[in-house]
Design a binder for this molecule. Sequence first.
Ligand SMILES: [Zn+2]
Length: 394
Amino acid sequence: MDLPQLLAELISIPSVNPMGRRMDGEVYFEHRVTSYLEDWLRALDLPTERQTIEPQRENLVTVVAGDPPPERGGRVLLFDAHQDTVPVTGMTIDPFTPTVSAGRMYGRGSCDVKGGMAAMLAVAARLAREKPSPRPTLVLACTVNEEFGFSGARLLRERLRNRVPSIIPRPPDGAAVAEPTGLDVVVAHKGVVRWRCSTVGRAAHSSQPELGVNAIYGMGAVVSALAEYAKDTVPLLGEHPLCGRPSLSVGTIEGGLSVNTVPDRCTIEIDRRLTPGEDPAAAYRATIERIRERVGAVAEVQHAAPFLQSDGLEETRNGDLARRLSAAAAEVAGRGARLGVPYGTNAATYGCDFPTVVFGPGSIAQAHTADEWLDLDELRAAAEILYRFAVDFA
Ligand SMILES: [Zn+2]
C-alpha cells in the first residue's frame, strides 16, 4: 500500500465544508470523496454503507470482520475520520494539487484530516489482508460535517443507540477519532456552545434619533457586560487538570442598515467553551441570566437557541483504551503522551456512549492553515500505531 499516494488522491478530491453558508460549486460538500472511498473499499471486497445526512453529504461506513466475531465475544472497535475540510480562501498553495517537499505533503486536508483517514484506511486494508488472530471487528466510519456541527457523527451515534439495521454488528467497545494530535493521545477536550444574541430597537431617521431606539447602543451594553463576564467570572467557573479553564468570546457583530437610520437590530455571535463535564445548556442559561441582570433595564435582548452545542470529552471514561493506544505510539514513535486540548472533535459525540480517544498524524498548528501540510514519516508511523493498537484491542 502506497500511503502517500492514497493521501495525495484524497487531497486532490475537494470536500470543502461550506460552514453553514449557502454555497454551491465544484469544491463544496463531501460526495466526491464519499464515492472515492466507496470504490476504494469495494476494490478490497469490503462491505460499504452510506448514511445520508442531507443531499451530497453521506457517512461512508465499512466493517472488517473480526476473529472471533462479536456474537462469539469478539470486541468491536470504531475508527472515525471526517471527510470534510475547512474552506480554502486565502491559501498560499494550490489546495487540491498535492505536492511533496522535504518529506511533507502539502494540500488542503493533508493534516486535518485526510492524513488520519489514509492511516485508518490502511489499517482496514491490512487487517483484511493479514487477518491476525485474534482481531477485533473494525468499523471505519468516514463521517461528514465535522467542521460545522458534527452532524455526521451524531447521526451515526443515533443509529447505534437505536440499533438501526446496519453492517455494523453492534455498538463499539471503544473508538479512536482521527484528528492531528502529533501522535499523542488526546483523552480530554473542551465542549462548546454557540448562539446568536440580538438587541431590538426602533428605526427612525437619524436626523431625529430621539424618535427611535438605537439597537447598537443596546448591544454596546451587552458586549461590555460579556467582556466583563468573560474576564472576571467565566474563568473561575471551573478548572480541568488537562484542559484548563472555561472561556467566552464574542466572535461577530452585525447591525444597522445605513448611517442615516437609527438601527432597529444588532446581532452578535457568542462562543462559550466548556470544561469537560460542564453542561452546554446550563452555560447558555447562565450567560443569558448575566446579560439580563446587567442590561435588562436598558435594552431589549433576544437569544436564539444555540446553533451548536457539544459536550467536552472526559478522560475518566477512556482509561484502558488510552493506555493501549499510548503504548503503541510509544513503541513505534516514542510519542503517546496523554493530553487534553481546547478544541472540539467528533470524540465528544461518541464519548458518552463508549470509551473514545483522539489520535492522528500532524499538528493542530498546521490544520486550517494557508499552507497546510503533513509530515509523511508521521503518516506512516500513525498507520503502524493504529494497526498495533487495533490488534491489541482484540
Ligand atoms: Zn478535523
